[in-house]
Design a protein around this ligand. Structure first.
Ligand code: AMP
Length: 433
């Protein structure tokens, strides 16, 4: 099935072709025809499946037939995070480039006056986080009675972030006669309830079972102690061919501390979490996408749903409290059929979380043993003796980086005690050579 077969018109097909997409992804094949037939849709799909185009393309098609009046937008997309909202807005610009639709991105942390000005001119599509949308509505800057399509994206994340009451409030402000699309990576009971309340006879489309982790992501686990975590992480980064990576921490203060530590070791590392002002979050993400930053230390909130082309690695510096977050975190890599690698550091205190994660993904993650603790690190003297040992099954080889590690200085972290350490000899699996 091609994009032409889906019933999209020439301006959209042209924009899609310019993106280099040759055929629709499974979620697009399933969702687009139903959306074009004005049906409500529940999409069970993770990010990375092409779901954004799955709802954006038919929306552009449907909306192309009319124009919005001042302060009366015709469609609304709700997103849990500002970054995801901005990404959806980018998608609209890309796919709608020949369709002359207007859009407004309504997110916190950005100038409300600018957003109001755009609303005054009339926006066909609103892309909003729930809080900012309600603020603007309550101030009388938006009228919602002309909304014909509502999209609730990443509904499970809305749930985790406590946005469900806001979503319910917003949905109740919209005309009852509308089309509603809801996307979620998982179908928790609360999401099912939301679906039953706000969607009418929805077409259900699914591309991956709820607990699945992308098959293109290889997963590894390292047991360590809180004291050794940083050094173990640095060792893995040194030995893997890390092009660019997200490093997830559970707490904002750990995001800051680890970011600082990695920078002090010379890595191109930056941090991103919900306490940062929006302009700094946006700038950091832009730099990361442009390849100016190699390591982005982040919290789940900040990194949710973010699409970075060709992300090579994801590191779980902490095991997430919610096992669904593990699925989302590692789903940042291995996208669009590319290979990705996900590493997780586990301490004794995190055993419960580890159990929960392995139950969630219905598999045991391959354990890799990495050498003795490092009390201190010192600059590079001898790069020949990394301390890797693997345990369990042999792991596939990864290409050794041709370029030097992406550090801001030549400094490398090097072990000082060689106990329990093997060199790059034959006893080291190919995976680390
Ligand atoms: P999403 O799941 O919406 O975050 O999309 C993941 C990535 O897939 C994005 O970078 C899109 O640009 C890309 N993508 C979407 N649709 C297609 C397609 N039909 N063919 C190839 N890539 C696509």
């Amino acid at each position: 099935m091609s994009f032409e077969d889906l019933g999209l018109s020439a301006p959209i097909l042209k924009a899609v072709a310019e993106c280099g997409y040759t055929e629709p992804t499974p979620i697009q094949k399933q969702a687009i025809p139903s959306i074009l037939m004005a049906r409500d849709v529940v999409g069970l799909a993770q990010t990375g499946t092409g779901k954004t185009a799955g709802f954006t393309l038919p929306m552009i098609e449907i909306l192309s037939g009319g124009r919005a009046k001042a302060r009366m937008p015709r469609s609304l997309i709700l997103s849990p995070t500002r970054e995801l909202a901005a990404q959806i807005a980018d998608n609209f610009d890309t796919y709608g480039k020949y369709s002359k639709l207007s859009k407004a991105l309504l997110i916190g942390g950005s100038s409300m006056e600018d957003q109001i000005r755009i609303l005054e001119r009339g926006a066909d599509v609103l892309i909003a986080t729930p809080g900012r949308l309600l603020d603007l509505f309550e101030r009388g800057n938006i009228l919602l009675n002309d909304i014909k399509i509502l999209v609730i994206d990443e509904a499970d994340r809305m749930l985790d972030m406590g946005f469900i009451p806001d979503i319910e409030k917003i949905a109740s402000l919209l005309p009852p006669l509308r089309q509603t699309l809801l996307f979620s990576a998982t179908m928790a009971p609360e999401i099912k309830r939301l679906t039953a309340k706000f969607l009418s006879n929805p077409k259900e489309v699914a591309v991956a079972p709820p607990a699945s982790t992308a098959v293109t992501v290889e997963q590894f686990l390292v047991h360590t102690s809180p004291r050794d975590k940083n050094n173990i992480l640095a060792q893995i980064i040194e030995q893997e061919n890390v092009q660019n990576a997200f490093i997830f921490c559970n707490r904002k203060r750990d995001v800051d501390a680890l970011g600082k530590w990695l920078k002090s070791k010379g890595y191109h590392a930056r941090v991103m979490h919900g306490d940062m002002v929006q302009s700094a979050r946006t700038e950091t993400l832009e730099q990361f996408k442009a390849g100016e930053i190699t390591l982005l230390v982040c919290s789940d909130v900040a990194a949710r749903g973010i699409d970075v082309q060709g992300l090579s690695h994801v590191f779980n510096y902490d095991i997430p409290f919610n096992p669904d977050d593990y699925v989302h975190r590692i789903g940042r890599t291995g996208r669009a059929g590319m290979k990705g690698r996900a590493w997780m550091l586990a301490t004794k205190g995190e055993e419960k979380q580890l159990d929960a994660v392995q139950k969630r993904i219905k598999q045991e993650i391959a354990v890799v043993k990495i050498g003795a603790s490092l009390a201190t690190s010192k600059p590079d003297e001898d790069k020949k003796s990394p301390r890797f040992k693997s345990e369990g099954k042999a792991l596939p080889a990864t290409k050794k980086s041709k370029s030097p590690p992406r550090k801001e200085s030549a400094e490398l972290i090097q072990d000082q005690d060689d106990e329990n350490v093997s060199g790059f000899g034959s006893d080291v699996p190919a995976f680390f050579r």
